[in-house]
Design a protein around this ligand. Sequence first.
Ligand SMILES: NC(=O)c1ccc[n+]([C@@H]2O[C@H](COP(=O)([O-])OP(=O)(O)OC[C@H]3O[C@@H](n4cnc5c(N)ncnc54)[C@H](O)[C@@H]3O)[C@@H](O)[C@H]2O)c1
Length: 381
Amino acid sequence: MFNSLTVAVAGAGFIGPVHVEGIRRLGIRVKGLLGKDLAESQSACKQLNLDHPYGSYEELLADDEIDAVHLAVPNVLHYSMVKKALAAGKHVMCEKPLAMTSKEGAELLELAKNSNLKCGVNYNLRFYPINLEVKDRLAAADTRIFAVTGSYMQDWLLYDTDYNWRVLAEQGGALRAVSDIGTHWLDLVHFLTGLEAEAVLADLTTVHKQRKRPIGEVSSFTNDAEKEQATETIDVTTDDCASILFKFRGGARGQLFVSQISAGHKNQLKYDIATQQAAYEWNSERPNELLIGKRGEANQLLMKDPGLMTGTAAPYVNYPGGHNEGFPDTFKQCFRAFYNDILGNTPAGESLYASFEDGHRELVLCDAILESHEKQGWVAL
Ligand SMILES: NC(=O)c1ccc[n+]([C@@H]2O[C@H](COP(=O)([O-])OP(=O)(O)OC[C@H]3O[C@@H](n4cnc5c(N)ncnc54)[C@H](O)[C@@H]3O)[C@@H](O)[C@H]2O)c1
């Protein structure tokens, strides 16, 4: 049924082409792509073998063949592009974070609720099979969760010569490491446990208060060798790293460290969910393994294997045990959930992709985290 759908993607940088690949792997047609200008649209379409390079967003939205739009553009554009997509009657899969502030997010959530359109935020980490398995096990155990600890660390912004639009508050938002990668952790923990934060205490640090910006824009995760030599010095206010404590409703406690300046950690999200019965420890750089910590017996290491996994994960595991699934697979599976919802194949309220409500929740948390840092004290939600 997926072959009845036609989709367009906006954004030709790091993640736009990952969307194109994930959508295509489901058998859905990607008609075309929009870059920042026609030249970028044309070169991306040529590279990805897509039919239609769009000259403008207006042209894309006026295309009657397009059922859904994927937004893989800098954060500052999400709000206005989502609004326009909904006004044009297109389903939207927006990259994270949903918007720059919770106020913008609330408006988008309201628009989404009042439309007949499906609206998702690409918190793709939910779709590692092991994470779906943890969600199922926690729900089945109906156990008390004591604490959730973890981190999300990267090293691609370690040097003051590392630059990307994300370091600019006006392009990415007032928060950077927290909003760019921390919200993945926040979304994932909520998705797995259902825990709702009732208060946060945050301390943010900008290690490089000035960075050297290459003259001419650079795409995300550019190799050192590809960087331009000529640079200009810019002031930076966004966080390189952050420590955050959480009080969750019901009594559980949480602790998160986020960093984009931790050498050797390429793209590593970790969580440890401590429950009455067991602890579940996962590391996104070894995504096909789950360590199940036990008190009264030997710990277990569960390898991703459809034969050993329970209900929720089953439709989202496409390869046998030992055949590792990774980052691009999570996009495919997130979009599988999204398009099944569009086609009416999912019972109401049971979709697993992040909704605008989820996207808005992370923005509310971001606002509280920023406020907590500014006043150096607990902020209630
Ligand atoms: N879910 C994930 O794992 C994940 C990973 C990376 C990035 N992202 C998100 O994806 C978005 C894009 O990030 P990226 O790393 O790909 O950035 P990028 O800088 O590599 O790419 C952004 C692209 O958008 C294009 N663009 C800029 N203005 C545009 C406009 N007006 N119309 C159309 N295209 C325009 C740029 O030319 C570029 O091709 C961000 O919101 C980011 O948070 C998500």
